[in-house]
Design a protein around this ligand. Structure first.
Ligand code: ADP
Ligand code: MG
Length: 266
């Protein structure tokens, strides 16, 4: 039998050790992240949970290259980090926020193409890819619509397509479904898992819904109240592809309970 490396044995895409972040404003200092350690492997879907204000968005901003860090180490893209194998956050990261943030005067297709335009990617190929992505997120036939003609859930799917247009290695999502109603949110969760399976990208998704964290994640990172420390990081071993009814299984309930216990919620 040939020796096939399991994904977990490969070098991680992200290697974070004792990461620390201090916000500074004139003479004031604010410790936002005190000690976060984790490995993220290519193809992982990490759900990141923690109390409000604990530093989740700060971590995503550090990973996206928007903020630096003040202590610990962060290597992205293999040993040597940003300089090692040429990981460039501008090209290699896609971002999705709580609001779709579509430009209201651009069509859905033109919105999806925005990062490609900014990065100066070849237009014809980018357009073909945009159509593929719109198909993938279930928006076939909506390319020429304006954002207001789409529902909130559809707009968010367009935002996910936009985050994937430049073929990033890493997709960071900051409470992407927080603004949606409960039913649309459940549908988006399923959609999201489908997109993850098809795109084979690495996702880090911040959510304040414990159920969503367990349902979506291949792994879950739980942070303490700020300044963030890693309370736990574990694999979520539930059957894939996930179906909504897994939420009624005892195993699902045990993961939910584990996170509640970590967060000190009775
Ligand atoms: P979360 O996303 O987990 O709710 P954030 O990462 O947004 O938390 O914020 C963590 C802490 O850092 C909060 O107390 C917040 O007020 C503070 N903070 C966030 N951004 C800044 C900033 N640019 N300057 C100073 N403090 C900030
Ligand atoms: Mg936040």
């Amino acid at each position: 039998m040939s020796a096939v490396l399991q994904p977990q044995e490969l070098a991680p895409l992200i290697r974070m050790r004792q990461l620390r972040k201090v916000y500074r404003k004139r003479n004031e200092e604010f410790l936002a992240v005190s000690d976060v350690t984790m490995d993220v492997h290519a193809g992982d879907m990490i759900s990141l949970v923690g109390p409000s204000g604990c530093g989740k968005s700060t971590l995503l901003k550090i990973l996206s290259g928007l903020h630096g860090h003040d202590g610990g180490t962060l290597e992205i893209g293999g040993p040597g980090g940003a300089n090692g194998r040429g990981f460039n956050p501008g090209r290699d990261v896609g971002m999705v926020f709580q609001q779709p943030l579509l430009l209201k005067w651009r069509t859905i297709l033109e919105n999806v193409l925005l990062p490609a335009d900014i990065l100066g990617l070849e237009r014809k190929a980018a357009k073909a890819r945009a159509h593929e992505l719109l198909d993938m997120v279930g928006l076939t036939g909506f390319a020429d619509k304006l954002p207001y003609e789409l529902s909130g859930g559809m707009q968010q799917r367009a935002a996910i397509a936009r985050a994937l247009i430049h073929d990033p290695k890493l997709v960071l999502m900051d409470e992407p479904f927080g603004a949606l109603d409960a039913l649309t949110r459940e549908k988006m969760n399923l959609e999201m898992l489908r997109i993850w399976e098809r795109s084979r990208k690495t996702f880090i998704v911040v959510t304040h819904s414990i159920q969503e964290a367990v349902f979506l994640g291949s792994h879950c990172a739980v942070l303490t109240a700020g300044p963030a420390r890693m309370a736990d990081f574990f694999r979520i071993d539930l059957p894939e592809p996930r179906k909504l009814h897994v939420k009624t299984s005892p195993e699902f309930g045990e993961y939910v309970r584990r996170i509640y216990d970590l967060l000190g919620v009775d």
